[in-house]
Design a protein around this ligand. Structure first.
Ligand code: SAH
Ligand code: SF4
Ligand code: F3S
Length: 469
């Protein structure tokens, strides 16, 4: 932990947390304490949950999927849209009877939602069966906070604001054995006018290149074949370090790691998608032919209102350039419908963009008003009814396009990284193409973690079926 630069958690702090992990273990002598973590939101939250699980297992906790046998239930929350928050309140409310039956059960809530003061106050007041609340900036203090929650009587709430710390060296208990999330930066500087993320995740903080490479090498040694680099805007990776590091340079360094076969990343902001990055994607063989490039809206006027800092025309030019340099690349996107002030004409611009770009897939969202963001204060909010109508229309068009694009793959042979058994059918294995499409095929479990060639027989909107060749 020495010589980690000024923005990182000190060796003392980590040692202190290790001492708490030990203390919690001592508190549970011989008992098999069981835990369950329920994660909402994006991949960065999933990666945080893997670290929380890693810390819990270091404290002797064992994972379970059965709420009824839990000694600890932890919700890692998201607040990007209202329905993500409503789900958490629903789950919390439903736990009241269990907590009455089992007073020793510890109920904890963490994540983005907890970075909002009014949410914490609401939970402390209305959900009195909650024992522990903490935010996104003090994840590494979880062992200490849990110790306090287990040994004390009152609820523990510790919501620090961002102090620029990055905790390195936390234990991680990963969900998958073939592909791994690797967070390269935290926070966001962009303040899109609809978005709460910069308010709850703080400013951009990039990890050191050497820490990222160490983690990637460690993953390779453990047999991981694919890594996905995570950040709210990976294209601006390194800019805060002011040491000349760039995301493109990082991709070149990862290319050298033996054992890692595939590198993916998300998310890219169009305003920061540089030529240097496009060339790096073209030149680094391990970097997959897939780009998730959220457009959000097809009308330049709405894009300006959203504070996205690119125009519709610029987006078209970017996609054209990317396709020129990386033939066959799949492009996916995020789109918001019903941003305040969105007229029928603005929405037509979005449909027109979708028809012309032809995304492989689009994640579409109804605009959700987030307290504290500039868009929430706008008076020209679009009615729920209009939003829903537009949403359906967009979804139908995009589903048709995804289906058409996939249908062209019938008969082709493609490289698939086998991830394991298919969820729906135990006889089938599942994996992804380099372009991030799901492929199901007949095969045995020993193919897990292997790159295989599959001939595509049948195509659908969301997945492909094939045969091993
Ligand atoms: N940093 C990423 C995405 C973060 S959130 C990026 O900028 O692309 C994931 C997606 O949620 C966003 O791309 C956006 O489409 C959607 N989103 C964010 N805030 C929203 C809101 N208030 N209402 C509806 N969708 C929202
Ligand atoms: Fe939110 Fe915009 Fe930052 Fe993405 S880039 S997290 S949409 S503010
Ligand atoms: Fe949600 Fe936080 Fe991710 S608000 S989308 S979990 S960064």
């Amino acid at each position: 932990m020495a010589n980690r630069g000024s923005t990182l958690v000190t060796e003392d702090e980590i040692t202190r947390q290790e001492a708490f992990m030990h203390s919690v273990r001592e508190l549970n002598p011989g008992a098999d304490k069981k835990y369950l973590i329920s994660t909402f939101g994006c991949q960065m939250n999933e990666n945080d949950s893997e670290k929380l699980a890693g810390m819990l297992e270091s404290m002797g906790y064992i994972r379970t999927d059965e709420m009824d046998e839990c000694d600890l239930i932890l919700f890692n929350t998201c607040c990007v849209r209202e329905n993500a928050e409503l789900k958490v309140y629903g789950h919390l409310g439903a736990l009241k009877p269990l907590k009455s039956r089992r007073p020793g059960l510890v109920i904890a809530v963490c994540g983005c939602m907890m970075q909002q003061k009014e949410v914490v106050e609401h939970i402390l007041e209305k959900y009195r069966h909650v024992d522990l609340i903490f935010g996104t900036h003090n994840l590494h203090k979880f062992p200490e906070l849990l110790y306090r929650a287990v040994t004390g009587d009152a609820a523990v709430a510790d919501i620090s604001s961002c102090d620029g710390y990055i905790a390195e060296g936390l234990p991680v208990r990963r969900e998958h054995s073939v592909k791994a999330w690797l967070t390269i930066m935290y926070g966001c500087n962009n303040f899109c006018s609809y978005c709460i993320v910069p308010h709850v995740r703080g400013r951009e903080r990039s990890r050191m290149v050497s820490d990222i490479l160490d983690e990637a090498r460690f993953l390779a040694r453990q047999g991981y074949k694919e890594i996905t680099l995570l950040g709210q805007n990976v294209n601006s990776y390194g800019l805060d370090r002011k040491d000349g590091t760039s995301f493109a340079a990082l991709l070149h360094r990862l290319e050298e790691i033996d054992g890692i076969e595939r590198v993916r990343f998300m998310t890219s902001h169009p305003k920061d998608l540089s030529d240097e990055l496009i060339y790096a994607m073209r030149d680094c063989h391990k970097v997959c032919e897939h780009l998730h490039l959220p457009v959000q809206a097809g009308s330049s006027r709405i894009l300006a209102e959203m504070n996205r800092r690119y125009s519709r025309e610029h987006y078209f030019e970017l996609v054209q350039k990317v396709r020129e340099h990386i033939p066959g690349i799949s492009i996916t996107t995020d789109i918001i419908v019903g941003f305040p002030g969105e007229t029928d004409e603005d929405f037509e611009d979005t449909l027109d963009l979708v028809e012309n770009i032809r995304f492989d897939y689009a994640y579409t969202f109804l605009y959700s008003r987030r307290t504290g963001t500039p868009a929430a204060r706008k008076t020209d909010q679009v009615s729920e009814e209009v939003k829903k109508k537009r949403f359906e229309e967009l979804l139908n068009i995009q589903n048709r396009i995804s289906n058409e694009i996939n249908s062209k793959l019938a008969g082709t042979v493609t490289e698939v990284l086998t991830e394991g058994h298919s969820k729906n059918n135990i006889d089938m294995m599942t994996g992804r193409t380099r372009t991030n499409k799901i492929v199901n095929f007949k095969g045995s479990a020993d193919l897990t973690g292997r790159l295989v060639r599959v001939k595509i027989d049948k195509t659908g909107t969301w997945s492909l079926d094939g045969t091993l060749v």
